[in-house]
Design a protein around this ligand. Sequence first.
Ligand code: UDX
Length: 426
Amino acid sequence: MTDEKEAIGVIGVGWVGLVTAACFAELGHEVWGRDIVPEKVESLARGEVPIHEPGLPELVTKNAERLHFTTDMGETLEHARLLFVAVDTPPSYSGDADLSRVETVLDELGDSDRHALVMKSTVPVGTGRSIQRRRAGTGYVSNPEFLKEGSAVADFMKPDRVVVGADEGSSGFADRVAALYEPLGARILRTDVASAEMIKLASNAFLATKISFINEIANVSEELGADVLQVAEGMGLDDRIGPKFLRAGIGWGGSCFPKDVQALKQLAGNSGYHFQLLTAVIEVNELQKRRTIGKLQKHLGSLEGKEVALLGVAFKPDTDDIREATSLVLSGRLQGEGAHVRVYDPVAALRANSMLGGARICESALEAVEGADAVVLVTEWPEFGELDWTGDVKSRMRVPLVVDGRNFLDREALVEAGFTYEGIGR
Ligand code: UDX
C-alpha cells in the first residue's frame, strides 16, 4: 500500500498548497497544482517559487518532472482523483471564515463522484459535514495542516502527527490519504471529520493561549522582580507543560494564530457558547503589542519627534509574511505618539511598505539605527544577533536604548557597554 503512487490534485498553490504539492512529489507521487492566478502558475512552471520558505525552491526544482502547474481545473480533474483543497479561508467582516473560495472549488467540481475532496484549508467545525450533505455519495476527508512558516517543508516531512478525519462512506478514501503519509513514520490519527476540524482550531488556540499566558507571567515578573527566562525554563521542565511556546515576547501574529483563535471564539459564539478564555487570550495579545510604547516612554518621556528604529517587520524570522505582525501595530502607535519610525527587515520590509504608514524603509540594520533614540527588536532574525552592538550600533545611536521584544540579545553585554536594556519579563 505504501509503495503505491497516487495522482494528486492540489487546488490552490499558495503557501500551504505549494508545500503540500512539492512534498508529495518528493514522496514520488504525480501532482497537479492548480491555481487561478496565471502569473503564479507561470512562474512555478518555470521553477520559480514566489514565497520565502527554506528548502521549498530546491524541492520544486528537484521534482519538476512530477509537478505540473496549471490554471485548468479540467486538466487537474482528468488526472487526479484525490483533490487536496488548500485555498485560503480568511476571516470575513463578521469574523467568520470566508469560505467563498472553497465554494468556488465545489462549483467547479460539480457532482463528480470520481473525485474525493481532502480538506487542508482550515475551515469551521461542521463545514465537512455540510459539504458531505451536499455531495452525498462522494468522498470527503479532513486532513488539517500543522505547518509552521519557515520550517514548513521539515514540518511536512517530519510531522508530530497526521490527522485524517472521515465519516461513514469515506473510509476507503481516508485509507488512501493515510497511506500517502505512511512513509513519514509519524503517528496517523484517524478521527471523524468534525473532530479533525476541531483538532486544528483547538491546537492553534491552545498554543496562542500558552504564549499569552507566558506573556502575562512576564509582565507580572517585571513588577515582582522575577526573570521570565528562568521561570519558563523551570516551568518547561515539567513534562506536563513542556518547554516549547513559552518564549515571552511582544505578541503573537502571523496568518494562522490570530485567524484561528478568532474563528474558534466566533464559532463557539455562533453555537451559543461564550468562549471566555479565548476572549482574554486575544486581549492580552493586543495589549502586549502596545506595551513597548510604555517602555520607550519610561526612558524617553514624550516620543514626539523621537527617532525609533524597528528591527524586523515579519511576524517571525525566516518568513516574509507580515500578516498580523506586531511591527505594523507598533509602527502605527509610535507615529501616533509623534515619533519618526525607521524599519529594516532582511526580506519583508518592501512588502510591508504600504502598511507601515510614514515609516522609512532602510536598506540595512545599521542605516536604521543611525541617529536613533531607541531600537526595538521586533523579529529575532539571526542577523540581528550578529550585529556589532557594543561597537558599530552603539556609536551610531543618539541614545543607546534597546527594547528587546524577543529576549534575543545578550543583555549582560549590552548593559556592560552602557546600553539601557529593556527585555520582556526580566
Ligand atoms: C502556527 C502553528 O504553529 C502551525 O502549527 C499552524 O499550522 C499555523 O500557525 P506559524 O504561524 O508559522 O505557525 O507560526 P509559529 O511559529 O507557530 O509562531 C506564531 C507566533 O507566535 C509568532 O508571532 C511567534 O513569534 C509567536 N511565538 C511563538 C511567541 O511569541 N512565543 C513562542 O514561544 C512561540
